[in-house]
Design a protein around this ligand. Sequence first.
Ligand SMILES: NC(=O)c1ccc[n+]([C@@H]2O[C@H](COP(=O)([O-])OP(=O)(O)OC[C@H]3O[C@@H](n4cnc5c(N)ncnc54)[C@H](O)[C@@H]3O)[C@@H](O)[C@H]2O)c1
Length: 341
Amino acid sequence: MIGVAVIGYGYWGPNLARSFSETDDCQVVAIADPSPAALARAGKRHPLARLLTDPAEVFKQPDIDAVAIATPVRTHYDLARAALRSGRHVLVEKPMTETSDQGVLLVEEAARRNLVLMAGHTFVYSPAVRKIQELVSAGDLGQIFYYDSTRINLGLFQRDVDVIWDLAVHDLSILEFVLRATPSAVSANGVSHVKGSPENMAQVTLYFEDCVAHLNVNWLAPVKIRQVLIGGSRKMIVYDDLEPSEKIKVYDRGINVAHGSEEIYRMLVSYRVGDMWAPQLATTEPLLTETSHFVSCIRDRITPITDGRLGLRVVEVLEAATRSMRQRGQPVELGRPRMAS
Ligand SMILES: NC(=O)c1ccc[n+]([C@@H]2O[C@H](COP(=O)([O-])OP(=O)(O)OC[C@H]3O[C@@H](n4cnc5c(N)ncnc54)[C@H](O)[C@@H]3O)[C@@H](O)[C@H]2O)c1
């Protein structure tokens, strides 16, 4: 039985604690949060867990094998490093760290101690994203031309991260997982409509070798939209995460381009309008798949799908997007990942 402590019991921590309590072969033995109100809520839902106001206590208790960190991003590095140094496996929420330098140090620390370090990129564990990955890797879509995402809603305005670090981070992990490729450059524009607050609206362009991704993220939108279009040479996908069923629709649509032999400069574009189908998706909860995967990785010594290296790569792209945004969209070259998987 793996003993887990959840650190941070604000908005997301309760979801992690509930999910771990439903995961086989593990038990939530402690919950840590400096807020007495948060601990009071935790005590009602997890009466058997020890409630700690000082997270440092977690790293001293012998029945805690692993920690899940769901605290503000600025605290991730210190907490994750302390957990690894005390010999605990770590699941740290997205984005893994505030800087890629911190990410490198965590990956190295975990490797040195032979501990599991996993980044909480929950979308990667959703049945919809897994199905998209399956279709893309089987070649069903043909060559991927573009990935176009709209992730907008009203709120929640964050104080320590901008909208790219809060929302585009999901697309960055999905792209890493689905395309198995990292962008060579990134360009980003963003604006803050609240003086002194981080950017609440942004557009990000990611340049890959053969395709392009556009991410439109916004906390100041009248409606909530979570929609991704993936255009391939053979098929196209519409992925609407808010659809209760049929989250993914695969369209046999596209264009065929031919060059007329007589009029050599005339391009002939014909349109292919075929069927649409909605693949059956598993109904498993992404977070439960994620926590179960974390426990299996610890038990069976497997590298997580969203391991520290993937978490680090996402942070590298986020950093480059921030640099580009400061220069009004000047493309920033990314170079090779600092620590390839
Ligand atoms: N995977 C997902 O889909 C998903 C969704 C939402 C949030 N998140 C991530 O979860 C993390 C937390 O976000 P949130 O919305 O729950 O924030 P939040 O502000 O609602 O909660 C953070 C909690 O951490 C506590 N805290 C602060 N410093 C601490 C410390 N040093 N030690 C222990 N506890 C501390 C606070 O008292 C608070 O209760 C962020 O990294 C966020 O990006 C992930």
